[in-house]
Design a protein around this ligand. Structure first.
Ligand SMILES: C[S@@+](CC[C@H](N)C(=O)[O-])C[C@H]1O[C@@H](n2cnc3c(N)ncnc32)[C@H](O)[C@@H]1O
Length: 504
């Protein structure tokens, strides 16, 4: 169990000193072990001006080459509502809520319950939680579930906790209530006083998690053998060492065992920094900048963020509001300044940032909170009748809705919808090409969907003789290359790739 001392949990400004970096790397290599680390790996830890530590390529890395494998040092529930009840320990779906008999107020399955064996994987965390004397022990407590990932850090061994406390951890913004604040505010425990070493430890862990954790998942089956994906948060140290760039040069997936597979999405030259994208690939610049500022505490100034045309994609651009300017696109005069005015690229109309933000907010609400929940016909109708009147076809919200349509239009859909789906897949793949985004995860998903929809259209039109042609096989190869290690890849991908010889 980790030693909880005040010194151990203090954030440290010297994380990037050469001695600290060398010691940190030695710890990390020991943690990864021979299975995940080989001395031939093409990365090293380096310090970059303005970024802190990061990963650097130690030789040229080819596109699609494996850069590293990583495993979570810490994993557990995210701090967000779940729509199913699952065992807090093994994540198996629980039909009926059964609380742990140990009194920790968490839902636990019969196999993980403290009474199931002298030691279950849940015993140690239950002991920590109950040592703080939970009040109201007969009731489920969501707040404890949300804090569980941080609480698990108390069980790390010395090597692991040294690694974790060598990670950067930004303090929360003043208006943010963390899962640990919530434990105190709701007076969940009788014996976890403000000012205690345990609380300082938990607060520091929350900062490390918020700065570094990834969204990962576990696939579990219910009693009817249906698969469910339980979204979790995982601290992957090697993964977290990658700094951000809006034109990342890697992609990653998590396999069934929660191992992270990180591949090059573009060629990387020796000496270049290995970058991940912390934001969404298909978001416009203003959204990415705000998201990075509020969640990761830095201002991105990469070439994609600096270009008003967003590399010709106009993902964040808005439709000009003048009726006599049907093709005008409003773009920011200075994308790096959130308060900058916007201007139409055709008629020169200027608009203040507050008004632009309002329009984006309304568009976002209409699309993300409302239209996206419709069925496939509803989404297509909304795209054709409403969205086209107030948003550009290239706008990020239009693109998001098209992605949702792609997900919802499946094999049994009518031919007209399938043809629309094919068009959307091609449109979004073209945007990725404009961004020169390489062999990224979204490309893999779209390539798979495009292959499938073309196959279904060929069947419906009785054109199987012409399918699959070379472009379709290319799509399947791309999908297989990108998604093959993902634990939640489409269930028929392996079979399709094998059947058409694309899994080599
Ligand atoms: C997941 S950590 C990355 C590793 C970190 N540099 C370190 O030394 O531990 C994320 C933090 O790194 C820094 N960072 C990452 N990408 C950056 C970028 N593009 N510009 C400036 N800072 C960046 C920010 O402080 C951010 O909150």
């Amino acid at each position: 169990m980790a030693t909880v001392t005040e010194e151990a949990v203090q954030p440290d400004a010297s994380l990037a000193s050469p001695e600290r970096v060398a010691a940190f790397k030695a710890d990390l290599v020991a943690f990864l072990g021979e299975k995940l680390y080989s001395p031939e790996q093409p990365w090293d830890i380096a310090v970059f001006e303005g970024y802190g530590r990061g990963l650097v390529a130690t030789r040229d890395i080819a596109v699609n080459e494996l850069i590293f494998l990583d495993r979570p040092i810490l994993v557990g529930p995210r701090v967000n509502n779940y729509d199913v009840i699952f065992c807090a320990s093994c994540c198996r779906i629980q039909k009926r809520l059964t609380l742990c008999s140990g009194g920790c107020r968490l839902p636990i399955c019969a196999d993980c319950d403290r009474s199931a064996a002298p030691e279950t994987p849940h015993t140690a965390e239950c002991t920590v939680i109950t040592s703080w004397q939970p009040k109201d022990q007969k009731r489920y407590c969501k707040t404890i579930l949300y804090a569980l990932t941080s609480i698990r850090a108390m069980l790390l061994n010395d090597l692991e906790s040294r690694i974790v406390f060598n990670m950067e951890g930004h303090a929360p913004r003043k208006d943010m209530i963390t899962e640990i604040d919530r434990l105190l505010k709701d007076q969940i425990f009788a014996n976890l006083p403000e000012g205690s070493a345990n609380l300082t430890f938990l607060r520091r862990i929350v900062n490390v998690l918020n700065t570094n954790a990834f969204e990962t998942f576990r696939i579990v089956q219910d009693e009817e053998n249906n698969d469910h994906e339980i979204i979790l948060r995982g601290l992957y140290i090697l993964g977290a060492l990658m700094n951000h760039h809006c034109l990342a040069n890697v992609r990653y997936v998590f396999d069934e065992n929660q191992v992270m597979w990180c591949h090059a999405s573009r060629p990387i030259r020796k000496g270049e920094q290995i970058f991940n994208n912390y934001s969404k690939v298909l978001w416009g610049t203003q959204h990415r900048i705000i998201h990075l500022w509020f969640s990761k505490h830095f201002l991105c100034e990469c070439e994609r963020c600096r270009d008003v045309t967003e590399l010709g994609t106009y993902l964040g651009a808005l439709k000009c509001v003048r009726e006599r300017c049907p093709n005008g696109r409003l773009v920011s005069l200075n994308p790096l300044k959130i308060a900058s005015a916007w201007q139409c690229d055709k008629c020169g109309l200027q608009m203040g940032n507050l008004k632009v933000t309002k329009i984006q907010e309304i568009a976002g609400r209409m699309v993300l909170n409302n239209a996206i929940k419709r069925d496939e016909a509803g989404i297509l109708e909304y795209l054709n009748d409403h969205v086209s009147r107030f948003l550009l076809p290239c706008n990020q919200f239009t693109v998001e809705l098209k992605l949702q349509a792609i997900r919802k239009i499946q094999g049994e859909a009518c031919l007209e919808h399938l043809v629309e789906k094919e068009r959307f897949c091609r449109e979004i793949l073209t945007i990725l090409e404009q961004l020169k985004y390489g062999e990224c995860f979204v490309k893999g998903v779209l390539a798979y969907e495009l292959f499938k929809v073309r196959m279904t259209i060929a069947q419906r039109r009785d054109e199987q003789g012409c399918f699959p042609d070379e472009p379709a096989l290319d799509n399947l190869r791309t999908a297989w290359t990108i998604l093959q290690h993902s634990g939640n890849r489409p269930r028929d991908l392996d079979q399709l790739a094998q059947c058409y010889g694309c899994n080599v």
